[in-house]
Design a protein around this ligand. Structure first.
Ligand SMILES: [Zn+2]
Length: 248
């Protein structure tokens, strides 16, 4: 098996599920895994109001970044303001897609200022609900953020003058080849989910890589027709799966 896996955790904010997170963090450190951490700069999404806010949240984010973890800018406030699915056509809700470029600029500038005040430089863009459009990309480039953890392909590629490291799966699955980002949402997790994660880590450990390693070691080419075909087929399959699930 030559496939490589990146690990990503979404919806990281001061009021998240710390009971599970503290255990997860210990597992990641013990196994020398350097994940992508999607940090919400100013969370207003009530579904993540699970604990009193920790006072040292930004110091923790800084420590993760200093330890070589990849820090993602996960939107601004994680509140959906439009029903657009944006470039990836996956979820019909967005904090950005469909909004005027000036409004997007204001939101992303505020988001980045919060990071800056806390000495965090984001490594990568991670849109809430995978929804963003060309205006979002224009603004991100103007603000100096040129990498994305998103999209569907079996390998990283360049597109719209940005580096895309695709994020395609939400639990570990066997693949013979490719670069796969597994995205986890730990906020609703119970102990059994954590146990499953620990089991999977044991199984896949030797194939886990990091965003920084991928950036350094892969020759990353412009998006090709094969990447586009994969995108449409994969996206179509996910939509069918979603509809089937909803009809059950
Ligand atoms: Zn999110």
């Amino acid at each position: 098996m030559t496939a490589k896996y990146l690990i990503r955790f979404d919806d990281i904010c001061p009021t998240m599920n710390w009971d599970i997170w503290n255990q997860l963090e210990a597992v990641l450190i013990e196994n020398d895994i350097k994940p992508i951490i999607a940090v919400i700069p100013d969370n207003k999404d009530k579904s993540f109001f699970l604990n009193e806010p920790v006072s040292d949240f930004w110091a923790r984010v800084k420590k993760w970044q200093d330890n070589g973890w990849t820090i993602g800018l996960h939107g601004h406030q994680h509140q959906y303001l439009t029903k657009k699915s944006g470039l990836l056509c996956l979820n019909k809700q967005s904090e950005f897609a469909g909004m005027d470029e000036n409004i997007q600029y204001g939101k992303l500038l505020n988001a980045l200022n919060i990071f800056k005040e806390n000495n965090i430089t984001p490594d990568v863009w991670i849109a809430p609900s995978h929804s963003f459009d060309l205006q979002t990309l224009n603004v991100l480039k103007k603000l100096g953020l040129n990498s994305i953890s998103d999209g569907f392909s079996v390998r990283p590629f360049r597109h719209h003058d940005m580096l895309w490291v695709p994020q395609q799966i939400w639990k570990f699955r066997f693949f013979p080849l490719g670069v796969w980002t597994v995205c986890f949402h730990h906020n609703p997790w119970q102990q059994e989910n954590l146990n499953q994660f620990i089991e999977d880590i044991k199984k896949y450990k030797s194939h886990i890589t990091s965003f920084k390693k991928v950036k350094k070691t892969y020759v990353i080419q412009e998006r090709k027709s094969i990447d586009m075909i994969f995108h449409y087929v994969y996206c179509g399959m996910m939509k069918v799966k979603k509809r089937l699930k909803a009809s059950l």
